[in-house]
Design a protein around this ligand. Structure first.
Ligand code: 2P0
Length: 359
């Protein structure tokens, strides 16, 4: 028998996104439909990213996947949902066009790498599923737009839908039960607000105790505060944040970002059993940033606070992400480097003592 040797291969990469209005809670756990809309900034491709290669070949008798070099279960539920949906879309195309190669019947091998610690609260599932889904859309030549690809990515991990776009991206929660309007949209590109920088402070690269998926459902089931957040807080915050981005108003951007990070961690604490993601170093970072901003904040005649230099936000882990405009990067970096030396043996309490001394 003649051996068939044809194959097709694509390699894609996708960056991490870090939310400034947090997604925390699902109204539908099968379709990953959220209880509130969210908004994030996608980092640069050069920074934290996933890179995924997919090869399809009629020689592959089954699908397989390797993450960071280790083979994982291809039948894991969310992964197989994304794969089967992508294959289904390809199959529909093949049924309409007999000239198309029957790629939907070929096996695929997937190899994906993160250039940063996986599952340490650094949005590895976001870049991973965004990358995988985009690579699938490329290998199958799917004729769908990026927002439609984002819906596919959402089936893998909610926050992944936001990593399909660069710049400032919102995930519209949608209202439909089938999830057909729960997708990502770019609010502004990275060039619309140039000079926005993200500084990631890796406080710990250990795997987190409570995964996001189980953590957020615990919050949905037990937190009264979450109901208030969903109904009364996030809808207005989304509007205010979009306005702040459109006007390049860093003061409002910083206030909303820090308030939303604080409220996300408050609903975690309001869950039962309570969930703690911030550790003492995270809290020291919050105090330092608050003190640093306090030196330059003033209230203008209309009562608005102006002069913020930097905003912190924390995801489901102790690591801090600081957003600032480029003109303040060296000052912030200097303060952080001085107060949180990388190989320090200092205890956390000493950090804040030192912070008070210098600020
Ligand atoms: C976010 N996080 O908006 C929020 C803030 C963590 C804190 O999205 O169950 O990994 O896969 O949809 O997307 C983390 O949640 O959870 C997350 P699943 P995901 O970025």
């Amino acid at each position: 028998k003649q051996r068939i040797t044809k194959s097709k291969e694509v390699t894609c990469s996708a960056p991490v996104n870090i939310a400034v209005i947090k997604y925390w809670g699902k109204r539908n756990t099968a379709l990953l439909l959220p209880t509130n809309s969210s908004l994030s900034l996608t980092l640069n491709q050069d920074d934290l990213r996933s890179t995924t290669t997919i090869r399809a070949s009629p020689d592959f008798v089954s699908d397989r996947i390797w993450l960071n070099g280790k083979e994982e279960n291809i039948n894991a539920k969310r992964l197989s949902n994304v794969l089967s949906k992508a294959k289904e879309l390809r199959k529909e195309m093949e049924e309409k066009d007999a000239d198309l190669e029957k790629l939907s019947e070929w096996g695929i091998y997937i190899a994906s790498y993160n250039n940063f610690p996986t599952a340490a609260g650094l949005a590895s599932s976001a870049s991973g599923f965004a990358c995988l889904t985009f690579a699938l859309s490329q290998i199958y030549d799917l004729s769908i737009n990026l927002s439609q690809v984002s819906m596919l990515a959402r089936l893998g991990s909610g926050s992944a839908c936001r990593s399909l776009f660069g710049g400032f991206v919102k995930w519209e929660m949608g209202t439909k039960d089938d999830g057909s309007d729960s997708l990502a949209i770019q609010v502004a590109s990275e060039t619309d607000w140039p000079g926005m920088e993200a500084l990631i402070l890796v406080v710990s690269d250990a795997r987190k105790d409570t995964g996001s998926t189980e953590g957020m459902q615990l919050t949905v089931e037990t937190s009264e505060l979450l109901k208030h957040r969903i109904e009364k807080v996030v809808p207005q915050r989304m509007l205010d944040m979009e306005k702040a981005i459109a006007e390049k108003d860093f003061d409002s951007f910083a206030e909303i970002t820090m308030a939303d990070s604080n409220q996300f961690h408050a609903v975690c604490l309001d869950s039962y059993p309570p969930i703690f993601y911030l550790n003492d170093i995270s809290k020291a970072v919050i105090k330092v940033i608050t003190a640093l901003n306090a030196r330059s904040i003033h209230t203008d005649p209309s009562g608005k606070k102006k002069g913020y230099k930097v905003a912190y936000t924390f995801d489901a882990g102790p690591n801090a992400v600081l957003y600032m405009q480029r003109e303040h990067l060296s000052e912030v970096l200097g303060v952080i480097d001085y107060l949180f030396p990388r190989k320090s043996t200092q205890k956390v309490g000493e950090y804040y003592g030192k912070a008070k001394e210098v600020l």
